[in-house]
Design a protein around this ligand. Structure first.
Ligand code: FAD
Length: 401
């Protein structure tokens, strides 16, 4: 008996833009449901972002809770998987699921064409898709604030994206700007790796949590509290912090005055401690006020002080940078350039356009990418099936055989 193909009336594949964990997970889930998916990746290989993160990075989510659908992360990789092993895992993932990945192809623009989508990509390619999954990454383009005097600054200023290890900074006086997870870890790395002096500029004091407390991973707490009321989580978080993390007020890091869940709602995940607390207490990382601007070879801080580090590393985050790709489509991006939907839901004006990886959940992004992959694949397969059925119904009898 012939099986009904799951492709819609058109034979065009689903295109997945981006070969990171999010895109690969969706492609595998689609394939598992018989839907043809092609991953377009602009770099030379899958997992591009993990190939260029700093050397000492390990997942701060557990191995078990970071696996993508259909392939466990090997036990031999340990509980906190190293960056290079994440890359190995992603390569293996694409291979095991026999994913159709085309590398070296960047999608520049996505357009609607009737019930289909047209992708404009490298080399003048014009690719027609039955549906599109955008998985180009939350951390797409480095964000460097437009500080006054920045362009005329005579010192060395780099974004954290280009930081690999402390070697180039040995013996140097370094200022790290921003106390997100990346800034906190780079500051600790520099302090442990031989920088002469490390200062960390902080605008908003973060919540700092231990990666594990008595063997219990912070990620599991994140999963448990995710659906609880904000006020309750704020209170629980404050209680737990008092018990689990030392008070660093004397070092310039008082406990935050807004709760953990309130911050999370504003888009700020807590900082996982992988060395910062010890480094701050040992005086190896000094906390200073936020950066306000530059003048000559000096950095101007919010409390009026001026400092002259030899190098500045801006751990100031990333932009989604979806505007060139999708900004011309109505009802797809909000005023901050973020997709208005994610997972199995599509924007009302853009049926067949899916997004994954554009939220920053406290429960771990890899875990959410895995969950969203299944949801998207289920929805695409269902839509394809109903499309195929109505095509069969409306087709002339002779061609239905
Ligand atoms: C330093 C760091 C540590 C992290 N640690 C953890 C952790 O421990 N646990 C956790 O759960 N999450 C973690 N995350 C968050 C998240 O899991 C990762 O960022 C993850 O890589 C996101 O996967 P993604 O596929 O959405 O995006 P990415 O991995 O960024 O992949 C996007 C891909 O799309 C490609 N691309 C972009 N634009 C285009 C285009 N126009 N055309 C074609 N290709 C394109 C890029 O080259 C890239 O390969 C971390 C993030 C960072 C930055």
């Amino acid at each position: 008996m012939a099986t009904t193909p799951l492709q819609p009336s058109t034979t065009h594949p689903v295109y997945v833009i981006g070969g990171g964990p999010g895109g690969l997970a969706v492609a595998a889930a689609l394939r598992g449901r018989g839907v043809r998916a092609v991953v377009l990746e602009k770099s030379a290989a899958v997992g591009a972002s993990w190939r260029t993160h700093y050397d000492r990075l390990r997942l701060h989510t557990t191995r078990r809770l970071s696996a993508l659908p259909g392939l466990r992360i090997p036990r031999s990789f340990g509980r906190w998987v190293a960056r290079a092993d994440v890359v190995r895992y992603l390569e293996k993932y694409a291979e095991k699921h026999e994913l159709d990945v085309v590398t070296g192809v960047e999608v520049h623009r996505v357009e609607r064409a009737g019930t289909e989508w047209v992708l404009h990509a490298t080399g003048g390619r014009r690719l027609v898709a039955s549906a599109v999954v955008v998985a180009t990454g939350y951390n797409h383009t480095p964000r460097l604030p437009d500080w006054p005097g920045r362009d005329a600054y005579r010192g060395e200023l780099n974004h954290a994206r280009s930081y690999r290890n402390p070697e180039p900074y040995a013996g140097k006086d370094v200022l790290v700007v921003g106390i997100g997870n990346t800034g906190a870890e780079i500051a600790a790395d520099l302090a442990e790796g031989g920088a002469k002096r490390v200062r960390l500029a902080v605008r908003t004091v973060p919540h700092i949590v231990k990666r594990t407390t008595a063997g219990w991973p912070a990620q599991r707490s994140g999963i448990l509290i995710r659906r609880l009321p904000t006020r309750l989580v704020d209170r629980l978080g404050a209680l737990l912090a008092r018990f689990a993390t030392p008070d660093l007020t004397a070092y310039g890091l008082p406990r935050p005055d807004t709760g953990l869940a309130t911050r999370q709602r504003e888009g700020a995940v807590p900082v996982q401690d992988v060395g910062l607390i010890d480094a701050v207490r040992a005086g190896k990382v000094e906390i200073v006020a936020a950066v306000e601007g530059f003048e000559g070879d000096e950095v101007l801080l919010a409390d009026g002080t001026r400092i002259a580090p030899e190098a500045v590393i801006a751990a100031t985050g990333y932009r989604r940078a979806l505007e060139p790709l999708l900004g011309h489509l109505d009802g797809v991006l909000d005023e901050h350039g973020r997709p208005v939907t994610h997972g199995a839901r599509c924007p009302r004006e853009a049926p067949g356009l899916y997004f994954t990886g554009f939220t920053n959940p406290i429960s771990g992004m890899l875990r959410e990418l895995a969950i969203d992959a299944e949801k998207i694949a289920r929805r695409v397969a269902r839509t394809a099936k109903s499309g195929a059925k109505s095509a069969t119904k409306s087709a002339p009898k002779s061609s239905a055989r």
